[in-house]
Ligand binder design. Structure first.
Ligand SMILES: [Zn+2]
Length: 151
């Protein structure tokens, strides 16, 4: 796996690329590199840059929150799995053109397409997901303790 150009860590959920395909683990490393070397012009005015940044942020948010969201139905009664899947499908509708392109129109189109595939994988995960009983107990206890503290 390729590593971050700046810190050499393996990029994870917050990975990003610039228009030249240089890889970063996070916005922080991207900005550090930008200050030293400068950002490529296309990072500012590429026609796909806004969509790239938007789907990247959506992906980070979903990837980081997914487990909490999934336990939500079991601990709080919401959101339900079907609602999570519907929300993702609504989000993907915004990127229908990129899904059609299958990444064939340059780096950012490829990145955006990859995110749409990650979201599809997330939907598959949601469909088959089952809570871990220990973790569920832990989360229910936290909820009850919070409720008790509020009284
Ligand atoms: Zn880094």
């Amino acid at each position: 796996m390729k590593r971050c150009k700046v810190c050499r860590k393996k990029p994870r959920v917050e990975r990003r690329v610039n228009a030249e395909g240089v890889l970063f683990c996070s916005n922080d490393c991207y900005e550090t590199y930008g200050k030293k070397v400068g950002h490529p012009m296309d990072d500012l005015n590429h026609p796909y840059i806004d969509d790239y940044e938007m789907i990247r942020l959506d992906y980070i948010r979903w990837a980081n929150d997914l487990e909490d969201q999934l336990y939500g139905e079991w601990v709080f009664g919401a959101p339900r799995k079907v609602d999570l899947i519907e929300n993702i499908n609504e989000l993907l509708e915004e990127y229908i053109d990129y899904i059609g392109l299958e990444g064939s129109d340059g780096l950012f189109s490829q990145e955006i397409y990859d995110y749409t595939q990650q979201f599809e994988a997330m939907i598959a995960t949601i469909r088959t997901w089952e809570p871990n009983s220990k973790e569920l107990t832990r989360r229910r206890q936290i909820k009850e303790e919070r409720l008790a503290n509020e009284e």
